[in-house]
Design a protein around this ligand. Sequence first.
Ligand code: NAG
Ligand code: NAG
Ligand code: NAG
Ligand code: ZN
Length: 411
Amino acid sequence: MKIENSLPILLLAIPLFFMMQIGHTSPVEEHVVSYSGFQVWTVATNTDEERSALLKYVQLYVPKPFQKELGKKLSEANITFVIKIADLKEVIKNENANIKTSTFSKSKSAHNMNWTSYHRLADIYDYMSYLAATYPSLVSLINIGSSYEKRPLYVLRISNSSSLCSKPVIWIDGGIHAREWISPAVTTYIIKQLVEVSANSKMLFDVDWYIMPVMNPDGYEYTHVYNRLWRKTRSMTSSPSCRGVDPNRNFGFKWGGLGTSTNPCSDIYKGTKAFSEPETLATSNFILGKANQIKMYLTLHSYGQSALIPWGYDVAYPNDYNDMLALAKSAVSKFLKYKFSVGNSAALYYPAAGGSDDWAKSIGIKYSYTFELADTGTYGFLLPASNILPVAQDFFPALGVFATKVATLKI
Ligand SMILES: *[C@@H]1O[C@H](CO)[C@@H](O)[C@H](O)[C@H]1NC(C)=O
Ligand SMILES: *[C@@H]1O[C@H](CO)[C@@H](O)[C@H](O)[C@H]1NC(C)=O
Ligand SMILES: *[C@@H]1O[C@H](CO)[C@@H](O)[C@H](O)[C@H]1NC(C)=O
Ligand SMILES: [Zn+2]
């Protein structure tokens, strides 16, 4: 889901502190959040009043002490709910069960990347270095800046031409939101397909690709080590006990509008100004430098199985919305296993200003989309690693549709 921050609303409606640990009060001293005793519930509503109070299919992370009482209150209000995950800690443990402590090669002649496990940042970056070293005529590794915690921000350029600006470009990013692990996994799968699978080489004939698998590396590492459900960056805020800005509320178009928060403890905190975060600033500057060439902006999130079209800041439609809609529908029609809905992002979800897709559209990138990958809420962010390949394989053919269209656009 694009906004996973319905909990504060629920906290107001139901005075229970069941979301205490998640995202809202992250201590600055880093300690591991265990989710021991948490369950995951999906709450469905029946009437408009219930819906407006509760949003549809909000997932609540309910700690043990509140499970009984909340269940009773919901039942009294005739709100049905399903306990989707009875033991959150167990699901987190099993999500990436195959992983063994990997010995980082750091060698450019090998890598640890596969698509049966979710990988740490070092594996992803090693893989990118490996590809650049192994396929120097196709791949270059570009360091576009540093994160708040000084991790490099890497973009991979995949092009079969030595000329830097002869073809239209498709940009793809993943990992804006730290906990959406399927996003970097699918993004690196796309890289592999484009670089290492020769049957796909025609996808490089007429377009160049710039791919950034992890835009928010600090957050991504934080989800691996401390808090699996962290969403934001890891910058210090004005609140000593709350860290991080929602990078997808931090882009500089209609910044601070609907669906954003001024509260540093919120999961949709917009930051002190547009591009306050080094991650969004570096990314936007890099994209601006190639704005004439980039004809498509794709950003991969989870979850919800939807292709979202700007504008997202409000229910509003660009003049060429129908072009964008037609292309998205044609891309999504390639999906065989996962059914996606397609539509205006504010209409399908709710308004959220400062998103990267809106910003990309605002600088003139005609085709700008947010894809919310699988699933639709069974596991949500905690999609087991056995789903990586099915999700990625189902998604990849959409890029063929996009490449064909972008190839026709003049730069
Ligand atoms: C819940 O449903 C029951 C039976 O349909 C009804 O009697 C009761 O008034 C409802 N309660 C609320 C709070 O709507
Ligand atoms: C995939 O990578 C993970 C992490 O490095 C590793 O633990 C696992 O054994 C690998 N799986 C296979 C099938 O190689
Ligand atoms: C690179 O792309 C051109 C078309 O622009 C194509 O003719 C050529 O065969 C491609 N080269 C490789 C190595 O795939
Ligand atoms: Zn997201």
